[in-house]
Structures are given as structure tokens and as C-alpha cells.
Design a protein around this ligand. Structure first.
Ligand SMILES: [Zn+2]
Length: 351
């Protein structure tokens, strides 16, 4: 769809030719604004069924999305298996959009900060398009992911002394000094990731809750955007409640939600690397997502995530990373009624 970009902080607008995902005035994130209201021509089950609802670009149609939604042994909990994506996490939905735009703007290098999954996914799609990826890794990223990123995808990795937010600063600086496309948790990624909401509401139209693990809150905000589009097009009636889940040891969004205060940086101390983000980029939009759908934030302990990860493997023979198991752990803490249908997004399986 035709669109323009708008700064979420200062409101400045840019055309689709603006080859950045951040504001040239204040440096904050931009939002993709469509020129017309999204109209759902058809409701499909696969990612590319919704291409016409993504920002205009020449997309490479690789296999993607259309992940299974399975019943769990609790009749009111369904599991969305995002580890079925090519690099085993939901990140692929966003990477494919970002890389298509970076190519359109004629970049040869992309740069990003990552705790692991983002790098894995971006490096995969960058290589498909013949682009070079330079990645700043902060925190305790998984060693196996890193080896694959370096050896299979030929990406350059720079280890950062510090956490994800420190890596983010360095990636931002690198992009402004070199001709590199700053990729990561920005507006184009969010557009790709909103498709998980389309798929869920097509697979489970009666869903009452969608449980979303939160690191940078891009998926959270993307799910909300997808639901808003579905509602404005009359495809769904009521909003399912959006339930954000964070690790107890890294829960800046949960604290802000409970105390009704602004989000403050919290040093990540969780082993769930995919959600170990001390200051979520899409935090304020994430809070909007929760509040506007009468949802809530649930925090889960390291033990609870590990227990669900083990159970999940035993039950389905599938590997979920800790962040992926977090949603299942959160579902146990929600007081679901018998006729509720909760969908937990099992966000990834890179272990
Ligand atoms: Zn701005």
C-alpha cells in the first residue's frame, strides 16, 4: 500500500522516499501511515496472502509465516508456533520487509543491534539479497546462533561490552557515519510483524486473549496495529485482550504499567536472551496496546519459563526458547474462564 512516514515523537512527516526508519529531526522512531484505510480483500493463512497490506516494495517471496496454531492440553490455550519460520522466530516477518526496503534504497550494508534472533534473521535475508550485514551484539547472546550468523550467513559481528541498549547506540552511530541501513526494531519491521495478528484472527476468530512476549515491544505494538486494521475494516468485532509477558528479571514495561509511570531503563538479568531488553523501543506504543485492549502485563520467573520449556519439548517434541516458553508460563497465571480462548505466541525456538 502507498504510505508516508510520521515521527512518533515530534510528528514530522516524510514521504516513502525517506531512506531511514528514524526521524531526521529528533532521531526517534517513525510510523508507517497508509494513505487509505486497509481493506481486506481476502483472509488467508499465509504471510504473502497479506502482501497488499504491507508497505509498497518489491518483495522476494520466500517461504515465510503461515505458522501453525495448535491446541495445548489446556482446552482454552492455543499455541502459535513462530519457530516454524525460516530462522526459527517471528523476526523473519519483519526482516523480509526491512530488507526489501533497504534494497529499494540501494544500500549494500545493513547494520543492527541484536540479542541474537534479530541478527540471525536479518543476516539470513540480507544474504538472500546479496547484502552485507554488520551486527552489534550486546548482552548474553546464544553462542550457537552467533556461530551460524558468522559462518553460514557471512555477517560481521561486533561484541559490545554492555547490554542491548548499548549495542543499539553503537549501531545507530555506525549507520550515521557509514552508508548503512539501520535495521532492527523500527517501523518496517513492525509492519511485517503485524501479520501474526492477521493469521491468529483467521485461524482462531474467537480468540479472547493474545499473549505476546516483550523485549523491544515491536511484536506487541505490531499485533496491536494488525488488530486495529482488522477492526477498522470490520473483520473482527471486539479486540482480544493483549497480554504482554516479560521476565521478572527484565520487566521495565510491567513496572511502568503497574505504577502508571513512564518506562524506565532496567538492567536485564534474565537468561531469556530474546527478551532481555532494558528499555523497549516501542514501549509507549506497547503500553497503548495493552490499555486500549483492556489487557495486562504478566511477569514470569526464570524457573517458570524453564519448566514450560521442558514441558513443551516433552508434549510436542519441539524446542521453544525461554522467551517462547514465557507466553505459556504467563497463560498459567491468567485467570482464564472456561469459554476463554487464549493464544500464546511461542515466539522462537533458537536454543
Ligand atoms: Zn521526530
Amino acid at each position: 500500500m502507498e504510505y508516508y512516514l510520521k515521527c512518533i515523537a515530534c510528528g514530522v512527516e516524510y514521504t516513502q522516499r525517506h531512506p531511514y526508519q528514524t526521524c531526521g529531526i529528533c532521531g526517534k522512531n517513525l510510523e508507517v501511515m497508509y494513505l487509505e484505510k486497509p481493506r481486506f480483500k481476502k483472509r488467508g493463512k499465509e504471510f504473502w496472502d497479506y502482501e497488499y497490506l504491507l508497505p509498497n516494495a518489491k518483495y522476494r517471496h520466500t517461504e515465510l509465516g503461515g505458522t501453525k496454531l495448535i491446541e495445548s492440553k489446556d482446552s482454552n490455550l492455543l499455541l502459535k508456533l513462530e519457530m516454524e519460520n525460516p530462522t526459527k522466530s517471528f523476526k523473519d516477518r519483519g526482516s523480509v520487509v526491512e530488507i526489501a526496503k533497504a534494497k529499494e534504497y540501494k544500500y549494500k550494508t545493513i547494520v543492527c543491534a541484536s540479542t541474537g534472533n534479530m541478527a540471525y534473521s536479518l543476516a539470513y535475508y540480507a544474504k538472500l539479497e546479496g547484502m552485507h550485514a554488520r551486527i552489534f551484539i550486546g548482552g548474553s547472546a546464544n553462542k550457537h546462533k552467533l556461530r551460524d550468523i558468522r559462518e553460514v550467513r557471512d555477517a560481521e559481528i561486533e561484541h559490545v561490552k554492555g547490554d542491548f541498549n548499548k549495542a543499539l547506540d553503537l549501531a545507530y552511530r555506525y549507520a550515521s557515519r557509514h552508508k548503512a541501513f539501520l535495521a532492527g526494531d523500527y517501523c518496517y519491521r513492525k509492519e511485517g510483524q503485524k501479520t501474526v495478528a492477521y493469521e491468529i484472527m483467521s485461524q482462531a476468530p474467537s480468540a479472547t486473549h493474545i499473549i505476546v512476549p516483550v523485549g523491544n515491544a515491536t511484536l506487541l505494538s505490531g499485533v496491536h496495529k494488525g488488530l486495529k486494521e482488522l477492526k477498522s475494516a470490520g473483520q473482527i468485532g471486539r479486540y482480544p485482550k493483549i497480554i504482554a509477558v516479560q521476565a521478572e528479571r527484565c520487566s521495565p514495561l510491567a513496572t511502568a504499567f503497574r505504577k502508571k509511570k513512564e518506562i524506565r531503563y532496567k538492567r536485564p538479568g534474565t537468561a531469556a536472551d530474546a527478551i532481555a531488553v532494558g528499555y523497549p523501543t516501542f514501549g509507549s506504543q506497547g503500553l497503548d496496546a495493552i490499555r486500549q485492549t483492556s489487557g495486562t502485563v504478566v511477569t514470569v520467573s526464570e524457573r517458570e519459563m524453564k519448566r514450560e520449556q521442558k514441558e513443551f519439548l516433552k508434549e510436542y517434541g519441539l524446542v521453544a526458547e525461554l522467551a517462547g516458553a514465557a507466553g505459556i508460563a504467563a497463560a498459567r497465571k491468567l485467570r482464564l474462564r472456561k469459554d476463554d480462548k487464549a493464544v500464546a505466541i511461542v515466539s522462537g525456538g533458537n536454543v
